[in-house]
Design a protein around this ligand. Structure first.
Ligand SMILES: NC(=O)c1ccc[n+]([C@@H]2O[C@H](COP(=O)([O-])OP(=O)(O)OC[C@H]3O[C@@H](n4cnc5c(N)ncnc54)[C@H](OP(=O)(O)O)[C@@H]3O)[C@@H](O)[C@H]2O)c1
Length: 301
């Protein structure tokens, strides 16, 4: 019988995704929450949250993790290379569960890992993590697809609710899985609440899985009018995105993220192989119509 998780330390708790994970964990009221932060970090936390600073040396990490049942990493691209060190410190400190910085597209897909290096880093970390199972550390990787409500503000998966513009790829009929920011938090809370069922597993969740054409139809219905639509292909996005990304241009990264989400063979439809864990985890319904209705009303779901 796996012991319940009570003490949880979050790394990157003020980050783009980590702040939503932090909120969900705190709001659940189920855990004693602590945060690990760098000494130079200027992020602040509500009173009552224990904040431990670490320069990521082994000694400081092990000391920080002592007494924690679970460590949830939401390290961003700049910090992800630190994760193997963090994992080793978890083993030394006797932490029972580690959640690596995932919450995105599936790094286990070879095409995804080959196209965007951060996913190759995540895949390597996943291997390192598996190798610790015999040392008593269990793990759960939470795969969510792109953050839909966040991305709707700037066209992450082709839709910009502020300009009512849509960029449709390859005809718009490929299904892909996405999660709203709150659903990412819900999934992490559910994993921590069900340690036995989620031990040493890759967990796939979504808010909804739909095609670009289905999303566009719902957006046009909810906003009462036609959007400006531009057609493109994932092949063209890849061709344009790769050299831009190689030069360090973020526009290139956003094109490549569209390729791994909307292109064929990148494992972005989590319903295809019936791998979704929403029901098992008891996640709330965040269907396409519910999500769009909230977004149009300027609310978060
Ligand atoms: N699904 C999506 O659409 C989506 C979008 C964005 C990110 N993600 C994923 O979510 C995870 C978190 O990414 P994020 O973008 O949310 O992270 P982020 O905001 O870039 O950074 C999170 C935190 O990492 C900590 N950190 C540790 N070492 C650092 C370093 N050397 N430089 C900068 N920060 C460092 C910082 O916390 P302190 O200041 O407290 O130390 C920072 O606030 C990643 O796995 C990422 O791939 C998913």
């Amino acid at each position: 019988m796996t012991q319940a998780i009570r003490n949880v330390m979050i790394i990157g708790a003020s980050g783009t995704i980590g702040s939503h994970i932090f909120k969900a964990i705190v709001d659940s009221g189920k855990f004693n929450v602590a945060v690990l932060s760098r000494p130079e970090s200027t992020n602040t936390y509500p009173a009552g949250i224990k904040v431990v600073t670490s320069d990521y040396s082994e000694t400081s990490l092990v000391a920080a993790f002592k007494g924690q049942d679970a460590v949830v990493s939401a390290l961003g691209a700049a910090g992800l290379a630190q994760e193997p060190k963090v994992i080793d410190a978890c083993v030394k400190a006797g932490v029972k569960r580690f959640l690596p910085g995932e919450y995105s597209c599936d790094a286990r897909n070879a095409k995804t890992a080959a196209l965007i290096p951060v996913f190759a880093v995540k895949a390597q970390t996943a291997e390192h993590l598996k190798a610790q199972e015999s040392k008593g550390l269990t793990w759960t990787s939470v795969i969510t697809g792109p953050a839909f409500d966040m991305g709707l503000q700037f066209g992450l998966v082709g839709f910009n609710i502020n300009t009512k513009e849509a960029l449709i790829f390859d005809g718009g009929n490929k299904a892909f899985s996405v999660s709203n920011l709150s659903q990412i938090g819900n999934a992490v809370v559910a994993v921590l609440s069900k340690p036995e069922e989620t031990a040493n597993k890759v967990i796939y969740v979504d808010s909804f899985t739909a095609t670009q054409n289905e999303i566009l139809a719902e957006l046009e219905k909810a906003t009462d009018g036609k959007w400006k639509v531009t057609e493109s292909t994932t092949e063209a996005a890849k061709k344009e995105g790769e050299p831009l990304f190689a030069k360090g241009d973020l526009a290139g990264l956003f094109l490549l993220l569209k390729v791994i989400t909307l292109g064929e063979g990148y494992g972005s439809d989590f319903t295809r192989d019936a791998v979704l864990s929403n029901e098992k985890l008891g996640l709330p319904n965040q269907s396409l119509p519910l999500t769009i209705a909230a977004a149009v009303a300027g609310k978060s779901i």
